[in-house]
Design a protein around this ligand. Structure first.
Ligand SMILES: *[C@@H]1O[C@H](CO)[C@@H](O)[C@H](O)[C@H]1NC(C)=O
Ligand SMILES: *[C@@H]1O[C@H](CO)[C@@H](O)[C@H](O)[C@H]1NC(C)=O
Ligand SMILES: *[C@@H]1O[C@H](CO)[C@@H](O)[C@H](O)[C@H]1NC(C)=O
Ligand SMILES: *[C@@H]1O[C@H](CO)[C@@H](O)[C@H](O)[C@H]1NC(C)=O
Length: 355
């Protein structure tokens, strides 16, 4: 054999291997036997593909191709050895039966992952309509026993983009203990009458950037719970829904302060509220400061600008005792459009510590 030729061939193979490494490896869930018939439970195929990706020492991508996948509760557990992407092109369907959700309090959970990318234009369909009709949390006070569609817990330096969340049983997306996460071009869709289906809820997280989101739902489009810091919400379309909210705060002890929120260049249409800050009366002490709401368009919004320190849904509190959450340095700037009522601005600040 010509020795020159064989060296060339070896070099070529080596080069191909290098390119393959740099691009990362695709792990298609079909390789693990996913059926994509919308009936068979494909959870195991997804979990196995994730395990392969997460233990790979090179960057890799889990591919969920076009098709319908019935999946039970799934946990994408880190930490992983390298960055991992999940390309969701297909349509994932949650079990309708609540008994199948007992194992964890989110349907799809991402936990302790650094450098995660979720993209691909696919849909996470919570199939929640039966659950809403059985949601009687106003009576039982147990409002959180339904699964959240997508939970991100302890996720850092990550991107979530171009995915869709439909008809979640409870919140659509929850971001907890996360840092430096960008959420862009996500679409969230549930009917205006669906109960407790907040679009994106953030808590105890820093440097979260939500841009270009389109949110139609039955509760807050974006809600920022305790410990939300350096949050940017930009170019979000909201409606129907309850608006973009800081809070509610002051329901529990040991809540962390909310500091540094910018809500900018958003449009709210036919929503119950526009931009608001809500805290419970008779609360432990707390803090919400440096909140900026600017360049917002409101179309037919019932309460466009609201600070409500007597927030008490279902009448479950001592509403006469003032809230002890201190609200300071709040700026509402260039908010324009139409109100659905005679009211434009309502500032019901705490009598205990006025804002
Ligand atoms: C934030 O996350 C992005 C990836 O989404 C990464 O490129 C960037 O370096 C991170 N920033 C810091 C300060 O770690
Ligand atoms: C948020 O993300 C968008 C899109 O990637 C980017 O243009 C913008 O600068 C980011 N904003 C902040 C405050 O990080
Ligand atoms: C958002 O910004 C774009 C470009 O800067 C502008 O054309 C648009 O009118 C703004 N929308 C709102 C609601 O301020
Ligand atoms: C305006 O909002 C009210 C109350 O939410 C609603 O009944 C009405 O249909 C809305 N109007 C339009 C034009 O959407």
């Amino acid at each position: 054999m010509d020795s020159k030729f064989s060296i060339r061939a070896v070099c070529f193979i080596f080069w191909v291997a290098l390119v393959r490494k740099a691009q990362g490896e695709d792990i298609n869930i079909n390789r693990y036997g996913a059926k994509a018939d919308g009936k068979s439970d494909d959870s195991q195929a997804i979990t196995s593909a994730w395990k392969e990706a997460c233990t790979s020492i090179d960057p890799s991508t889990v591919v969920i191709p076009k098709g319908k996948y019935m999946v039970g509760p799934v946990m994408f557990q880190g930490p992983c050895k390298a960055s991992v992407s999940i390309q969701v092109q297909g349509n994932l369907l949650a079990p309708i039966d609540l008994n199948k959700h007992k194992s964890q309090d989110g349907w799809i959970v991402f936990q302790n992952i650094d450098r995660l990318m979720v993209s691909g234009g696919g849909t996470f369909d919570g199939q929640g309509s039966l659950a809403w009709s059985q949601n009687n949390c106003a009576k039982t006070r147990k409002c959180n026993s339904l699964p959240i569609n997508l939970r991100f817990i302890g996720v850092t330096n990550s991107n979530i983009q171009g995915i869709k969340s439909w008809n979640s049983k409870l919140f659509h997306m929850s971001i907890l203990n996360c840092k430096n996460v960008t959420i862009q071009h996500v679409t969230i869709n549930a009917p205006g009458e669906s109960l407790n289906t907040d679009g994106i809820h953030i808590g105890r997280s820093t440097r979260i950037n939500i841009t270009h989101a389109d949110i139609k739902t039955g509760d807050d489009c974006v809600s920022l719970g305790d410990g939300s810091q350096q949050i940017n919400v930009e170019k979000v379309n909201c409606g129907p829904g309850h608006g973009i909210s800081v809070g509610s705060l002051g329901k529990y002890h040991n809540e962390q302060p909310v500091i540094g929120v910018i809500v900018r260049n958003c449009t709210l249409t036919n929503t119950m509220n526009g931009v608001r800050v809500k805290t419970w009366p008779a609360s432990p002490s707390g803090l919400a400061s440096d909140l900026h709401f600017e360049d917002i368009i409101i179309n037919n919004v019932s309460t466009p600008i609201l600070i409500d320190q007597q927030y008490c849904p279902y009448g479950q509190c001592q509403s006469k005792v003032p809230s002890r959450v201190k609200i300071s340095n709040v700026c509402f700037k260039n908010i324009r459009g139409t109100s659905a009522t005679h009211l434009a601005v309502k500032l019901a600040c705490s009598r205990g510590i006025p804002c």
